[in-house]
Write a protein that binds this ligand. Structure first.
Ligand SMILES: Nc1nc2c(ncn2[C@@H]2O[C@H](COP(=O)(O)OP(=O)(O)OP(=O)(O)O)[C@@H](O)[C@H]2O)c(=O)[nH]1
Length: 305
């Protein structure tokens, strides 16, 4: 008997998630991974590096790239973020363009302002592209249709799927649409590896997320976290990390009155790191002023940018 035809087709490849800042790219990736790998905050441009998540199913493996939001970039750091996002386009088998359907719904004028910006990079896409319109939990049905129409006019998308990454609505359909456009290929990674990011990287990201959540305005954007040491002992991991800021006033904010802010950043980060690593964690944080680090190539390199 010919067994070859009875074997289900195994599909695998790279899906690059691109789109404007704050669309919910990291939330979607975490949902598919079933755990938090990419940090999520209510503020735009939190994701700086490219984060790779591996979603494995019975007959597919998607290597998902969560990229920094595409935006107009001025500083070297921001230019690097956009470059990373654009590079991902070139490596992708399928591009997933994710947009926030609730942003500017009912305001076509505001949407139009972004047309050139979006078509600028969508025109470079040579692979199948799927459009996902996120945050539909914030919209009424009648508000959604004009948004679908507007985004569909930007590019000949192969599929359009409204979703709520937060609530898990439409995300299974989206996954099916993505998988069906992947080429036939092998399983690249074992079943139980959700990411190629190191524990050190995720730990630094968790600390950065807490800074984003606890401080205001430009402070988190001027912050980077460097892991100085990561020492595993019997039932405990001791981590020393430095928080870089650009100005001494920012250092004051991160430390806070009587050190309260730094204690809170450390406490909330430690709890989450303990969950990630599954053991007790001692977290020691330092704050250091490094003027203009966002323009310093060496530091950006150290941060993997
Ligand atoms: N209501 C609602 N909020 C969502 C949904 N998906 C994401 N969010 C929220 O939107 C905000 C941004 O989500 P992220 O996942 O950090 O967005 P991102 O696209 O990775 O952001 P960047 O770091 O700027 O690239 C967070 O506050 C999320 O909780 C959704 O489906 N519904």
């Amino acid at each position: 008997m010919d067994t070859e035809n009875t074997q289900p087709l195994y599909r695998s490849g790279v899906v690059a998630i691109v789109g404007p800042p704050n669309a919910g790219k990291s939330t979607l990736l975490n949902r598919y991974l079933g755990q938090k790998i990419a940090i999520v905050t209510p503020r735009p441009q939190t994701t700086r590096n490219r984060i790779l998540g591996i979603v494995t199913g019975p007959d597919y493996q998607i290597i998902m790239l969560d990229t920094p939001g595409l935006h107009k970039a001025r500083e070297l750091l921001n230019r690097e973020m956009v470059r990373i996002a654009m590079e991902s386009l070139g490596e992708a088998d399928v591009v997933l363009f994710l947009a926030d359907a609730s942003a500017f719904a009912g305001n076509k004028k505001k949407l139009e302002k972004h047309r050139q910006e979006y078509t600028g990079y969508l025109d470079k896409v040579r692979t199948p592209a799927v459009l996902a319109l996120n945050k539909i939990d914030l919209l009424r049905k009648e508000e959604l249709l004009p948004v679908i129409d507007w985004y569909s006019s930007l590019h000949p998308f192969d599929a359009v799927v409204p979703i709520s990454a937060l609530q898990g609505v439409g995300t299974d359909t989206l996954l099916e649409e993505l998988v069906s456009r992947l080429p036939e290929g092998p399983q690249y990674y074992p079943d139980d590896i959700p990411t190629d990011a190191t524990e050190r990287f995720i730990v630094a990201e968790i600390i950065r997320e807490k800074i984003f959540l606890l401080t205001r305005e430009e402070v988190p954007y001027s912050t980077a976290v460097l892991i100085d040491s990561f020492q595993e002992e019997k039932n405990r991991v001791t981590i020393h990390a430095t928080i870089l800021v650009e100005r001494s006033s920012q250092k004051g904010i991160i430390i806070g009155r009587k050190g309260q802010m730094l204690v809170e950043i450390g406490r909330s980060a430690r709890l989450e790191i303990e969950e990630l690593l599954g053991c007790r964690v001692v977290l020691k944080l330092w704050v250091k002023v490094k003027k203009k680090w966002t323009r310093n190539e060496q530091i950006l390199k150290e941060l993997g940018l």
